[in-house]
Write a protein that binds this ligand. Structure first.
Ligand SMILES: [Mn+2]
Length: 292
């Protein structure tokens, strides 16, 4: 048995914890979106479950034509056409908004029921992960569910898995006293960080734009700046190592702006890649005699 799930967030990593509650013997791979097909084809003779990710049509047709044992649980609406394959379930909404973790939990509960899955703390974990992945705050408040995201950032993938497996197995509270202290400290650290960021105001395409350099907490920082500097048309956050993010509040279609710079996204939140030679240009600008 091989579980392939998304490495990026709690919704992709929690399925590994749930698998540990059910299966004695399994391997897992935490994967990026573009690596799934390779991992599936490399292990195609095994029993494979893919969660919070999807495969492409070529892989799906191979599985179909060769009767391979693969199951996919996905909730990304852009993959909804993959439901034509009997072994792929893409469910965005089913009584409530669904996430990868909540869909997989439902599958395990119905097919591999045990007392560990039925524990309140397991259900609470799944619910907090679902809440933060779908932004559906109808059952649990953002303030409460956000703890899971903060702890994921603090612990990292492997420690996160071990920690919450231990919580479930040993009947502990979902969040310990120490966790809540850590979360409070981390939230203060983020608050201090975003409040101290210096914004540079520029004019771009006749719009008033604020620019900051930032390499972490991009969504919190973007949200804060857009509200604080509400006279600006939008804000650009540059992570020199990674990408450029655009954040706004209903004034400018940022998906168009990002597209102009080879990216894309949504109206109020979009992104584009960092130009390949940017770092070299910066180094050469500072150190005039440099040879790279
Ligand atoms: Mn997800």
């Amino acid at each position: 048995m091989l579980i392939i799930s998304h490495k990026g967030d709690p919704d992709g990593v929690t399925p590994i914890i749930l698998s540990k509650l059910v299966f004695k013997d399994f391997k897992y791979i935490l994967s990026d979106i573009d690596e799934v097909d390779k991992y599936v084809m490399d292990n195609i003779d095994e029993e494979i479950i893919v969660v919070d990710l999807n495969i492409n049509e070529e892989t799906a047709n191979y599985i179909l034509n060769n009767n391979k044992n693969v199951l996919v649980f996905d909730h990304h609406i852009s993959n909804i056409n993959m439901n034509k394959y009997p072994f792929i379930k893409v469910v965005d909404f089913d009584n409530i908004k669904q996430s990868g973790t909540s869909l997989y939990y439902k599958y395990l509960f119905e097919n591999y029921y045990n007392d560990l899955l039925d524990k309140n703390v397991t259900k609470k974990l799944v619910e907090h992960v679902r809440t933060m992945d779908t932004y559906d705050f109808s059952i649990t408040s953002k303030e409460e569910a956000n703890n899971i995201v903060v702890l994921f950032k603090i612990y990292g993938r492997e420690l996160f898995i071990n920690k919450f497996y231990d919580v479930i197995i040993n009947d502990k509270e979902l969040y310990s006293r120490e966790d809540l202290n850590l979360i409070e400290l981390e939230n203060l650290r983020i608050k201090r960080y975003i409040e101290e960021k210096e914004i540079i105001e520029i004019t771009l395409d006749n719009k008033k734009v604020g620019v900051v350099f930032a390499e972490r907490n991009i969504s919190e920082l973007g949200n804060y700046l857009v509200n604080k500097y509400d006279y600006l048309d939008y804000v650009i956050l540059i992570n020199v190592d990674k990408s450029i993010s655009y954040r706004g509040k209903d004034k400018v279609d940022l998906s168009i702006i990002a597209k102009k710079y080879h990216g894309g996204g949504h109206f109020n939140a979009s992104g584009s890649p960092i130009p390949i030679d940017l770092k070299e240009k910066i180094i050469k600008e500072i150190f005039k005699d440099v040879v790279i």
